[in-house]
Design a protein around this ligand. Sequence first.
Ligand code: ADP
Length: 278
Amino acid sequence: MALNLTVNKLSFKYDGTQVLKDVDMEVKLGEMLSIVGPNGSGKSTLLKCINRILKTQQNTVLIDGEDTSKLNLKALSRIMGYVPQSSTNTFPFTVFDIVLMGRKPYIHWSLSERDTEIVAEMLDYIGIGDLALRHFNELSGGEQQKVIIARALAQQPQFLLLDEPTSSLDIKHQLEILCILKSLAKTKHCSVIVAMHDLNLASRFSDRMLMLKKGCIFTVGTPDTVLTEENIESVYGIKTQVTNSILGSPQVTPLISEFNGIKPLKTPSKIETIDSRA
Ligand code: ADP
């Protein structure tokens, strides 16, 4: 059972453009760590580098001290599960079949009874057992997201990486998904690393938050140390008020746009039409 994931001086360039620079981080078993930062700050790229979808230098991502670049894809998939940003991908399969795909790293020649048992367990755990025989394409966005998470869990990963898993969901589905992730971490089934836009949800559910600015770690720590008005202004360039919620986690309220130097759009001047020119 792997306990620690360490990232050492991770840097990454797309076609010569530096996107991540010297990122150091550590994730311990049972922890829920959220990665926050403005659009383009490198959250998705960081997750893809950790998961080795994008290749980085040797010895940048270690699990219990072992270099993951030395692991083959199958071995890595048994340790790390990855849920990409929700896309418009469609799968002409049933929910059961899709979750079964998560067993691929374990299947040698044929399916075992244990593989199908694990799929059923994951569907129940996520609370979508009743959808098992439905077609993925006929499900709502929230249901589809749960299926993709169940597929990643069927890999039985020790580190689960998710890229904005709640961004297109309503508030109830957002809470359901984040409660599932929190409970996975709390029961030490796996550690959860999640890129998130919503600072308030991240604050409420994360043990620690890592805030990126232009590809570098700006700060990392518990939500109350990361989510300060000063840090948010430095990283996002807006003024906010941070207060403690009744649940104890800091909550961020952006101040109105005039205070943030965002000028309202000018009313467009009257559009000249052929008629008005005549
Ligand atoms: P975030 O997830 O924080 O929005 P990303 O990791 O998606 O940030 O992107 C970080 C930077 O890398 C951005 O400037 C983005 O335009 C660039 N980028 C992302 N993907 C690619 C790609 N496939 N090719 C070139 N540049 C990319």
